[in-house]
Design a protein around this ligand. Structure first.
Ligand code: PSV
Ligand code: MN
Ligand code: MN
Length: 429
């Protein structure tokens, strides 16, 4: 089922294709002079995909206030439709990452079919023990997997196991666990005991993982616990993943670190240890801002991708990260923002692919810092837009993502079917 009229996309593409082909040929020549085969880069970019967070297609925005947008999805089926549009136009987002119980459904196999009808499958499933749900027996106000009360911990463990069961019905292969547990005051929590309780709870979840599943542990420096968070950094995450076993790995959300932290180096360490689960891509100026990928610090994103491409290039064994977006704010149409972020991630991947690895190795060996850093800059400075445009065109997507989307009138159309929901308080973490 196509959500956007294919003829509209074709007509839109027709107007641009001649220029794209010229630009592509020109870039191909430039890259050939550098010894790079543009077709090889194109094939890799075409095979690359990043998952859409189901919570990203809702507007709603920040934890402070909700400013509902027109045509907001009313339920998980509407969310899948919006994700289907993102995939139809971008061809870079073949999977969706659900968040339970934000996404509820009485028939998961129907949901799986609905996703398939939009050309979508399911990536990691996310549990939520950072907010209380209606009718819940025990509150997570003072923690979930690490709570001092055993019954509260058991409830949080059971929820994660239920997420695994839902994920199995959907074809997911991973559970992402992020907890907000921690302390807002020095002395509030016994650090070592809280971590021990985390391990004990996580072990029970780990034991319920199917053989071919991964458990992705997501760390975050702070918020909602502003003094200390139990899984606050990659060190704590790595300790936990190591204690749990080979199916547990560490997920890196780019917004979950202190400003100026060298995230690409964390990524390199996790790759070296065989513990890199994957990413939540977004961007940040100050903290967990959940801004669009590459909108603030595109070079930092590039340096992360440089590590990823280097690992693939060197054939690091077991290297298989999952790629997801994690963004949510309220000043753009989320479909436009998510398409733009997906294209940004693809762009950054392409830029990292064209880094001359042999020249970089040689410069490093010769301690030639200037040439080494220029090798990276050369990749980052290259405008790879024609590659992305051709990849999208070849796959039936839109050369001009936002232009085609706006011309389609999709948002106006769904606004008629989906009545506006009230604004008000936030609650999104
Ligand atoms: C927490 O800040 C986080 O990054 C986790 O991935 C959550 O699941 C997600 O945000 C939800 O907004
Ligand atoms: Mn995240
Ligand atoms: Mn976050």
């Amino acid at each position: 089922m196509s959500l956007i009229d294919k003829n509209l996309i074709a007509a839109h593409n027709d107007r641009l294709l001649r220029h794209v082909n010229n630009d592509y040929a020109h870039l191909g020549e430039q890259l050939a002079r550098r010894g790079i085969d543009i077709e090889a880069v194109r094939a890799k970019v075409a095979a690359f995909g990043v998952a859409i967070p189901s919570w990203g297609v809702g507007t709603g925005g920040t934890r402070f206030a909700r400013f509902p947008g027109r045509g907001e999805p009313r339920n998980v089926f509407d969310k899948l439709e919006d994700c289907g549009v993102i995939q139809q136009l971008s061809r870079a987002t073949p999977t969706v990452s659900l968040h339970i119980p934000w996404d509820t459904c009485s028939d998961w196999s129907e949901l799986r079919q609905a996703a398939a009808s939009h050309g979508l499958a399911f990536d990691a499933i996310n549990s939520n023990t950072f907010s209380d749900q209606k009718g819940q027996a025990h509150s997570y106000k003072f923690g979930s997997l690490t709570h001092g009360d055993a019954a509260t911990r058991a409830q949080a463990v059971a929820h994660n196991i239920e997420c695994i069961e839902i994920g199995q019905k959907l074809g997911s292969k991973a559970l992402t666990v992020w907890i907000g547990d921690g302390a807002n005051f020095p002395g509030q929590q016994h650090f070592r005991r809280a971590f021990d309780r985390y391990l004990e709870s996580a072990q029970q979840i780990y034991a319920a993982l199917p053989g071919d599943w991964r458990m992705m542990l997501e760390h975050k420096i702070c918020e909602p616990a502003f003094y200390a968070t139990v899984i606050q950094d990659w060190g704590s995450s790595f300790m936990a993943a190591s204690a749990l076993g080979p199916k547990a790995q560490c997920l890196v959300d780019l917004g979950h670190h202190a400003p100026n932290v060298n995230i690409e180096m964390i990524v390199a360490r996790l790759i070296a240890a065989g513990k890199l689960a994957g990413f939540h891509f977004n961007d940040s100026k100050y903290g967990d801002d959940d801004l669009d990928a590459g909108s603030v610090a595109p070079y930092r994103l590039f340096l992360v991708f440089n590590e990823l491409v280097a690992a693939a290039h060197e054939g690091v064994s077991g290297f298989d990260p999952a790629y997801m977006l994690d963004q949510s704010h309220n000043v753009t149409d989320p479909i436009e923002s998510l398409m733009t972020s997906a294209a940004q991630v693809q762009r950054t991947y392409a830029q990292a692919l064209i880094v001359d690895r042999a020249a970089l190795d040689a410069a490093q060996d010769a301690n030639d810092a200037l040439v080494a850093t220029q090798c990276l800059k050369r990749g980052f400075d290259t405008d790879v837009t024609p590659i992305l445009q051709r990849v999208r065109f070849d796959a039936g997507g839109a050369i001009d993502l936002v232009g085609a989307y706006r011309a389609s009138g999709y948002r106006q159309r769904v606004a008629e079917a989906r009545p506006a929901v009230a604004g008000g308080g936030g609650g999104i973490v």
